[in-house]
Ligand binder design. Structure first.
Ligand code: QAP
Ligand code: CO
Length: 217
């Protein structure tokens, strides 16, 4: 039996150069998959299933990036839906009831919310606007995922009309009282770069700021 030289080509027509090219091609393909084709918003490119849903980092007060004013969403596309899903996952994992995109350092007008105990009613508000229907205000003990561990009373209008786009880009209106009215105002404030601590006395705000800085250090 004729012995082949070591490392000789077993298949005629497929040479080392072809294999090198195939390796390079597969490498580039895997690279594109990992970098999600350069999607700038997040790691999620697959919106059919939520295989790529990710928990995002939440900016902590007094991070100056929380002061950036968010821009309107131009089109509710897959990258926005992906952001929405990642925000819901992040909010739920952090035991929150509301989260604005600003808090995850994405400066677009997107809010997610779920006010239920069992996480059965996720809500999405894109480019939200509110109209105050009753100027009278009520106090509510507010907290914030960007100011963990601190709760303070804030007065806000109790009755508002919300206009927004949903996850499919369809416009809707919802009349809000109680916690929903409080929460949407708190979250829209985030999109304007405003935080609930801004409503407190300078003394209280300074105290929270110092304690937060101590936690971060
Ligand atoms: C905004 O806030 C809100 O301190 C949403 O340790 C809150 O989800 C609007 C949270 C209250 C109206 C009333 C806070 C989780 C969650 C914390 C949140 C914490 C863990 C805050
Ligand atoms: Co907040």
């Amino acid at each position: 039996m004729a012995s082949r030289a070591p490392f000789s080509q077993p298949h005629p027509g497929i040479n080392t150069a072809t294999i090198d090219f195939q390796c390079a091609f597969i490498f580039i393909l895997v690279l594109i998959m990992y970098t999600n084709g350069g999607n700038p918003i997040n790691k999620c490119s697959d919106t059919q299933n939520n295989e790529f849903m990710a928990k995002l980092d939440i900016l902590q007060y007094p991070n100056p990036r929380l002061r950036i004013k968010a821009s309107p969403v131009k089109e509710v596309d897959d990258s926005i839906r992906c952001l929405v899903d990642d925000m819901l996952e992040t909010m739920i994992a952090s035991d929150g009831i509301g989260l604005a995109a600003s808090q995850v350092d994405v400066h677009l007008r997107v809010i997610v919310m779920d006010l239920t105990e069992d996480r059965s009613q996720p809500r999405v508000f894109i480019n939200p606007e509110i109209e105050v229907l009753d100027e009278s205000t009520a106090p509510y003990d507010e907290g914030c995922l960007s100011v963990p561990g601190f709760y303070e009373t804030v007065d806000r209008p109790i009755h508002v009309m919300i206009s927004a786009l949903d996850r499919d880009g369809n416009a809707f209106k919802e009349e809000a009282f109680g916690l929903l009215a409080v929460c949407i105002q708190h979250e829209i404030d985030h999109l304007e770069g405003k935080l609930f601590v801004d409503y407190l006395s300078p003394l209280k705000r300074q105290m929270i700021r110092k304690k937060m800085k101590k936690q971060l250090a």
